[in-house]
Write a protein that binds this ligand. Structure first.
Ligand SMILES: CC(=O)SCCNC(=O)CCNC(=O)[C@H](O)C(C)(C)COP(=O)(O)OP(=O)(O)OC[C@H]1O[C@@H](n2cnc3c(N)ncnc32)[C@H](O)[C@@H]1OP(=O)(O)O
Ligand SMILES: O=C([O-])CC(=O)C(=O)O
Length: 371
């Protein structure tokens, strides 16, 4: 009897040296380092370097690495034009997906599969996706694009390009923490998509374009946006329990809760939850934290299901001033590091990813003869 592993749940597909998610110890390690320690102690670029190179950079290596990224932040004119030409009715993740594809089409080394070229393309994509996210949010608000600044680190420049100002250091720190926590998570759906595409020996931009599409769904990265939609529906903390009862009765899933791998809580949530608390104080929005806690408590009491990283990140990005549909693009701006690290790892020891299926359609039958 063929055993079916629906959704590949519980199936170990390959090895990886990039990160490990351990539900038993509730830990997430990037190249051996606890992700929560990296989030509290490192700038995002150090973590990107670690995920790509396997080791944390020395100060000189970090400076050189940051210099490479900063000099490539401006989008090619053709990419800006293409983004500005897209209808504002489309989702911002459609814009990121399309932009990554166009960036690939303009990249002279797009078809070069060497590790050096793939690393250079990854550095470029990491540098340029923030510009796509920023230009898109601005055009939807009727605002012109803002040129990137090469005197700012990644997180600060993303704010600059989006809002034309750099916020309080505590806001920047909270944002940087979210970027580090979002950067990598082993064989999640979008990363696996990237690895499947890479396994056919397709190019890096194709793999990232596919990964963006997979991240968009609300069962994956799209959940951080959905959390704000949920909060808008509930309104105030006192209505959370009744709202949840109705959702459970209707057998609807509550976005931002549950996880395929963690069954005792997402290892990243405590760190991001602490920073959400800091943001709530900074922006003086205790009502938002009350609502957050009321739904979390009601969910735990009724289902025992705990929040995942998208739950604290959604309200954190809201407080920072990002438009809700921009939340998943922000996730993509960070996760591109993990995707590309996995593309390079896949190619270093490639085997075409092609599972089997059990056919359960009609038995063999003859096509009716034609007159
Ligand atoms: C960064 C990230 O991508 S983290 C994930 C973000 N996604 C979300 O927040 C979407 C909401 N969560 C979910 O849909 C799920 O928890 C998933 C898809 C993340 C993981 O789910 P799976 O491992 O496939 O478990 P599955 O969906 O089968 O759920 C198991 C049971 O728990 C229930 N359950 C799981 N998550 C939720 C939820 N968020 N709300 C309500 N019930 C849930 C399911 O209904 C199911 O119940 P049943 O056995 O009575 O049918
Ligand atoms: O690992 C997963 O399935 C989803 C997730 O939390 C992530 O990609 O960060």
């Amino acid at each position: 009897m063929t055993e079916i592993h629906k959704g590949l749940a519980g199936v170990v597909v390959d090895t990886t040296a990039i990160s490990s998610v351990d539900p038993e110890s509730n830990s997430l390690l990037y190249r051996g380092y606890p992700a929560d320690q990296l989030a509290e102690r490192c700038v995002f670029e150090e973590v990107a370097y670690l995920l790509w190179h396997g080791e944390l950079p020395t100060p000189d290596e970090l400076a050189a690495f940051q210099g490479r990224g900063r000099s490539q932040r401006a989008l090619p004119g053709a990419v800006i034009d293409a983004v500005l030409a897209l209808p504002t009715t489309c989702h911002p993740m459609d814009v990121v997906r399309t932009a990554v594809s166009i960036i690939g089409a303009h990249d002279p080394s797009a078809q070069d599969p060497s590790p050096e070229a793939n690393l250079a393309k990854s550095v470029r994509l990491l540098a340029q996706i923030p510009a796509v996210v920023a230009v898109d949010q601005r055009r939807r608000r009727g605002l012109d694009p803002i040129e990137p600044r090469d005197d700012l680190k990644f997180a600060d420049n993303l704010f600059w390009m989006t809002f034309g100002e750099v916020p309080d250091p505590v806001v920047l720190r909270a944002f940087e923490v979210s970027l580090v926590l979002y950067a990598e998570h082993s064989f999640n759906a979008s990363t696996f998509t990237a690895r499947v595409i890479a396994s056919t020996l397709s190019d890096l931009h194709s793999a990232v374009t596919g990964a963006v599409g997979a991240l968009k769904g609300p069962l994956h990265g799209g959940a951080n946006e959905a959390v704000m939609a949920t909060f808008a529906q509930i309104g105030t903390a006192d209505r959370a329990a009744a709202w949840l009862d109705a959702e459970i009765a209707a057998k609807r899933k509550v976005m931002g809760f549950g996880h395929r791998v963690y069954k005792h809580g997402d290892s990243r949530v405590p760190t991001m939850r602490r920073w959400l608390g800091t943001l709530v104080e900074h922006y003086d929005r205790p009502d938002l934290l009350d609502l957050y806690l009321a739904l979390e408590d009601a969910m735990a009491a009724r289902t025992g299901i705990l929040p995942n990283l998208d739950y604290p990140t959604g309200p954190a990005y809201h407080l920072m001033g990002f438009d809700t549909p921009t939340f998943t693009p922000l996730f993509a701006a960070s996760r591109v590091v993990g995707w590309t690290a996995h593309v390079m790892e896949q190619l270093a020891s490639n085997s075409l990813i092609r599972p089997l299926s059990l056919y359960d359609g009609p038995p063999r039958r003859e096509v009716p003869a034609r007159p």
